[in-house]
Design a protein around this ligand. Structure first.
Ligand code: NAP
Length: 266
């Protein structure tokens, strides 16, 4: 956790599309404007996300070109999320904190995904990237730092960050990674294992300096999923993924307990 001089007084809201979240967001907006802050969608310094972890993902992609200039704060309108720091029952606390406190910041790096075809396309993800094929078996030759690693046959693969370890990765029985570690975790999605073909068949956790490359004779029916977004991989020959220098800056107005969030899961 770093402390950084960053006086903020302009904010924007990214709100989950339901009436309740809009109601909570309206209350936050009114209180902050009354407290002297300015609502400014374009020059906002603090992006307040009202909804859930999914709302944070949307906000991050919405402000992707301004990540170095903005901080994110989440207010959950359901239970407590991993990327959100407050719940709807703590509105007074969060408003007071924003109006009176200088936050600490916590940074989370994004995955950088590059797809090579006729054009080179670049994507970023906070949680994970997945190559998924729901139509037929996707064969993927995986190399790490250009060293051949394994060939996966199945529905695809998921490469997640620490932040994404509690999301899709967890459903694949990937490991949950403690807050503060910067790693990448590779999991197969319904991999085929038989006497002719075997893969590692357990998650592989690697340092964040690695570059993972996925090659296939065809990606044509596969989809690249990155956070809540997706893109076609038609005509693509190779996809690479590494940790980028782009990062999301979260405002922390009070101590954050990762264990509390984990215990909320089960
Ligand atoms: P979404 O509705 O925005 O999110 C699906 C669920 O994943 C929601 O319950 C969301 O929590 C939760 N979530 C998102 N990021 C998380 C994180 N870092 N840790 C723990 N839970 C997290 O769904 P979407 O638009 O399809 O995709 C967004 C993300 O959802 C993806 O990046 C993927 O990781 C995750 N997802 C997971 C599964 C799965 O586990 N099988 C399936 C689809 C998507 P909130 O309710 O707090 O928003």
């Amino acid at each position: 956790m770093k402390k950084r001089k960053w006086i903020m007084n302009k904010f924007a809201l990214v709100v989950k599309q339901d009436d309740h979240s809009h109601h909570i967001a309206a209350k936050i907006k009114a209180a902050l404007c009354e407290g002297g802050w300015t609502f400014d969608l374009e020059k906002a310094e603090l992006i307040i996300c009202v909804g859930g972890d999914g709302t944070i993902l949307q906000a991050v992609h919405q402000y992707m070109d301004q990540l170095q200039d903005v901080q994110f704060l989440g207010v959950h309108t359901g239970t407590l999320g991993f990327l959100t720091d407050y719940t709807q029952n703590e509105l007074e606390e969060v408003i007071q904190a924003i109006l009176t406190t200088e936050p600490e910041v916590y940074e989370s790096k994004l995955l950088e995904i590059t797809a090579y075809g006729k054009e080179v396309k670049r994507y970023y993800a906070l949680n994970e990237m997945r190559i998924e094929n729901v139509i037929r078996t996707q064969i993927l030759e995986i190399s790490i730092d250009e060293e051949p690693f394994e060939i996966c046959r199945g529905s695809g693969v998921c490469l997640s960050t620490q932040a994404g370890s509690t999301a899709y990765n967890r459903s694949l029985r990937g490991a949950v990674i403690d807050s503060g570690l910067s790693i990448m975790q590779l999991c197969e999605i319904t991999g085929i294992q038989n006497s002719l073909h075997r893969s590692l068949n357990v998650p592989y956790i690697m340092t964040d300096t690695r570059t993972v490359a996925f090659r296939s004779h065809t990606f044509d029916e596969a989809t690249l999923c990155y956070d809540h977004l997706h893109a076609s991989l038609e005509g693509i020959k190779k996809v690479t993924c590494r940790m980028s220098n782009k990062k999301v800056i979260f405002s922390r107005y009070r101590p954050y307990s990762y264990l509390k969030r984990l215990k909320n899961l089960y």
